[in-house]
Write a protein of this length. Structure first.
Length: 265
């Protein structure tokens, strides 16, 4: 069992390293194919700019601002999605009634909505990206919660009706605890997606003291290496978030995987 674990871990590291090497080779090939550092910057120049940013206080302030806005957007979208999902699970009428709202929000064109919200918020460059990120994350989070609840809802609903379990106990003692591992496993990916949307919205409205705002300034100045370094920083931040939540999910609910493995053996 231990040998198998370490063997699988080595394979995962090997595959990940191969993927990173492939992306680096594509970058190098694109650099030489373009033959213009104003189109595709060199990797050493981008790496140099990246490490310079790591020693820059303004960069860390921008990272913190973008990250905190993303967390705020995620929490709002999760709260709304949880309310909608609970109503949908407990009432078929609510599920059917709410479905058009979910579909409508999911199909909204992000950039067009960004411009509209920017006008509605009277040009507030800090708030409008948060609203757009909420609109993007909300339907995805709702679908994730419905998927987590749906894996148990029919069987548990019949059981709860037979044993006359109250709605409160059904929700807090059955549905939410059982859905928690699946929900947590998606959280890192959702926040990473939210960060991507947040930065894109910040670029569009030139949000000051945000990663997106910094990218827009470097783009206007023609500093392509700095722009690539900031993009690389956003990618690394997203990966860190994903890894952190994967570890939390693994250690918080690792017993579920052990039970499944033990049952299979």
């Amino acid at each position: 069992m231990i040998k198998k674990f370490f063997s699988q871990r080595k394979l995962n590291i090997l595959y990940s390293s191969a993927a990173i090497l492939l992306m680096w080779l594509i970058w190098v090939a694109a650099y030489y194919a373009a033959g213009n550092p104003l189109v595709v910057p060199s990797f050493p120049e981008t790496a140099s700019s990246f490490f310079k940013y790591l020693a820059d206080g303004e960069f860390w302030l921008a990272v913190c601002n973008s990250f905190l806005r993303t967390i705020a957007a995620f929490l709002v979208s999760f709260a709304l999605a949880l309310i909608f999902a609970v109503l949908s699970v407990l009432s078929r009428f609510a599920k059917v009634f709410l479905k058009p709202f979910i579909v409508f929000v999911r199909t909204l064109p992000t950039m067009a909505v960004m411009l509209i919200i920017f006008k509605i918020t009277l040009g507030n460059r800090a708030v409008s990206p948060v609203i757009v990120t909420v609109l993007v994350l909300f339907p995805l989070t709702y679908e994730g919660l419905m998927s987590a609840f749906g894996a148990y809802s029919e069987e548990l609903k019949e059981m709860s009706e037979v044993y006359n379990i109250s709605v409160k106990d059904r929700l807090f003692k059955i549905y939410l605890p059982l859905a928690a591992p699946q929900v947590l496993s998606r959280t890192g990916a959702d926040i990473s997606l939210g960060l991507k949307v947040m930065i894109s919205a910040e670029v569009l409205v030139s949000t000051a003291k945000g990663l997106g705002g910094m990218m827009q300034l470097q783009s206007i100045a023609g500093e392509v290496a700095n722009l690539a370094a900031l993009t690389l920083a956003a990618v690394v931040l997203g990966l860190i978030i994903d890894v952190i939540f994967s570890c939390i999910e693994k250690y918080a609910f690792g017993w579920r995987h052990k039970e499944v493995t033990g049952f299979g053996n």
